[in-house]
Each structure stands twice: as structure tokens, then as C-alpha cells.
Write a protein that binds this ligand. Structure first.
Ligand SMILES: NC(=O)c1ccc[n+]([C@@H]2O[C@H](COP(=O)([O-])OP(=O)(O)OC[C@H]3O[C@@H](n4cnc5c(N)ncnc54)[C@H](O)[C@@H]3O)[C@@H](O)[C@H]2O)c1
Length: 251
């Protein structure tokens, strides 16, 4: 039995590819998981998978662009499972546009979901964790912030902000026993990839050419890194961003 047993974890975007794997893994670790997503049908599917495996979860419909809905999601999670002890900020959108053609509304929308919502969710979580005497947060960033990718400036900017926010939060919240880390996934197969790369076969060849490991990563492998950062085995690690990318970026 670890300290995770029965505690409340909130995972945003947990109806999506990586969020589902993360929520499932945290349930296996013993958390009771609030599965937050704007798409409540996929959130329910994640809950079904968790419950089928013997875990406990609750689907919460929430548009993370709306501050009030984020507050309501945390209230529902707390009512169901007690104070939030783990937060995984994971939801994001992936718009793809040449910079000169990118409407400013796309920047606003991407920032709202990929950065502003992470901030607001972390505030709700931090207040609960300070009262409880500790907790863990993991922000899902991306390796794109290293700067080799084009036609996605708002996305890259938000992911860089998440890496910086992770460090700032780790510094400020450490005295309360709260650890804050990030994972930076490489390329995992999902809806975002299909939107960004119409020629998926060519993209796959490019990925395998870049990665040190010559195979595609599995969502479960990203979830395992999140599990590590949420668990006691990483008890002296905070403010870090862990690349989970098969050795694509080495810095
Ligand atoms: N898949 C990859 O290869 C990859 C690579 C690098 C980083 N990432 C990051 O991993 C995370 C998850 O990506 P994914 O591939 O699972 O994407 P996905 O599209 O499968 O899942 C994203 C989820 O976020 C939800 N969402 C979107 N807008 C929302 C909103 N306004 N309110 C609430 N929920 C909303 C979607 O409904 C979806 O379920 C993201 O932060 C992404 O940037 C993914």
C-alpha cells in the first residue's frame, strides 16, 4: 500500500489518448480519479475502462476555457473523492497554421486551454494541497518547446510556458510539500497527430529517423512516467521536465 491509496486525482483531457492512459494508470496506483474532459462521452468511456479494471473514477464534463466550470469540476471531484492530492494537467488542442496566417483568435484559444487552464487548475489543486499538507502536480508539456517544429507557434509557446510554470510552481509550492513536475511527450499516435500530419506514413518515418529507439511510443509508457512523478519513488524530484520521447530530444 502506498500513500496514493484512495486519494483523489484530477486528470484533465482524460477522455483523450494520453489522458485515458494516465487516468487508468493512476487508478491502478490506487487513486480515485476525476476524469475531466469537454467530451463527456469519451470521459465516460475512460471511467468504464477504469471501473472494469476494478478502479474508481468519475466523469466530469468541463470546458477548461471557462473558469467557473473548472471550479465546478474541482468541487465535484472533492465532493466525490475528497481533497485533491494529485493533479495532471493534460488537456490541449493542436492547431496547425503557418505563422503569418495564424489568426490571433487561435493564439487566444490555444493559450486558454493549453496554458490558462493549467494555471487555474493548479490554483484549485494548490489550495487543497496546502490545506492537506502536500500533493503532486504533473503538467503535460511537449518536446516541441525545444524549438524544432514549425507552423504551431501558439502551441509551442504554450508548451514552453508550461515548462516555465512548472519550475515556478515547484519553487513556490515546495515549502508546502507540493511537488510539481512536467512530462514532455514525443510523438504518440492520436487525434492531434492526424490533424497536424496528413501524410502519416511519412511522418512516422521521420519520427523513427529522429528517435534513438526505433519504434513508436505507447500511451502506457507516458502514463508510467506520470505515475512515477506522482508517486513516492520520485519524492525528492520537483521542478523537472522529463522527456518521454524515445530519445528524440537529448539535452
Ligand atoms: N499525442 C502526442 O504525441 C503528444 C505529443 C506531445 C505532447 N502531447 C500532449 O499530451 C497531452 C494529451 O494529448 P493527446 O494526444 O492525448 O490529445 P487528445 O486530443 O487525444 O486529448 C486531448 C483531450 O483534451 C480534451 N480537451 C480539448 N479541449 C478541451 C477543453 N476546452 N476543455 C476540456 N477538455 C478539452 C479533448 O476533448 C481530448 O479528450 C496534450 O497536452 C498534448 O499537448 C501529446
Amino acid at each position: 500500500m502506498t500513500s496514493d491509496q484512495g486519494m483523489c486525482a484530477v486528470v484533465t483531457g482524460a477522455g483523450g489518448l494520453l489522458g485515458t492512459a494516465i487516468a487508468e494508470r493512476l487508478a491502478i496506483d490506487g487513486y480515485r480519479v476525476a476524469v475531466v474532459d469537454i467530451d463527456v462521452d469519451t470521459a465516460r468511456q475512460t471511467v468504464d475502462r477504469i471501473e472494469s479494471a476494478g478502479g474508481t473514477a468519475l466523469a466530469i464534463e468541463c470546458d477548461l476555457r471557462d473558469e467557473g466550470q473548472i471550479a465546478a469540476a474541482f468541487a465535484s471531484a472533492t465532493e466525490a473523492f475528497g481533497p485533491v492530492r494529485a493533479l495532471v494537467n493534460n488537456a490541449a488542442i493542436f492547431p496547425l497554421n503557418a505563422f503569418v496566417d495564424t489568426p490571433v483568435e487561435e493564439l487566444d484559444e490555444t493559450t486558454a486551454i493549453n496554458q490558462r487552464a493549467y494555471f487555474i487548475a493548479a490554483q484549485h489543486a494548490a489550495r487543497a494541497m496546502i490545506e492537506a499538507g502536500g500533493g503532486v502536480m504533473v503538467n503535460v508539456a511537449s518536446i516541441v518547446w525545444h524549438g524544432r517544429w514549425t507552423q504551431m507557434v501558439p502551441y509551442v509557446a504554450a508548451k514552453g510556458a508550461i515548462v516555465a510554470t512548472t519550475r515556478a510552481l515547484a519553487r513556490e509550492l515546495g515549502e508546502h510539500g507540493i511537488r510539481v513536475n512536467a512530462v514532455a511527450p514525443g510523438a504518440f499516435k492520436g487525434r492531434g497527430e492526424a490533424q497536424q500530419h496528413p501524410d502519416l506514413e511519412a511522418y512516422e518515418r521521420e519520427i523513427l529517423g529522429e528517435q534513438a529507439l526505433k519504434r513508436r511510443g505507447l500511451p502506457e509508457e507516458l502514463a508510467a512516467a506520470v505515475s512515477f512523478l506522482c508517486g513516492d519513488d520520485s519524492s525528492f524530484i520537483t521542478g523537472q521536465t522529463l522527456n518521454v520521447d524515445g530519445g528524440w530530444i537529448m539535452s
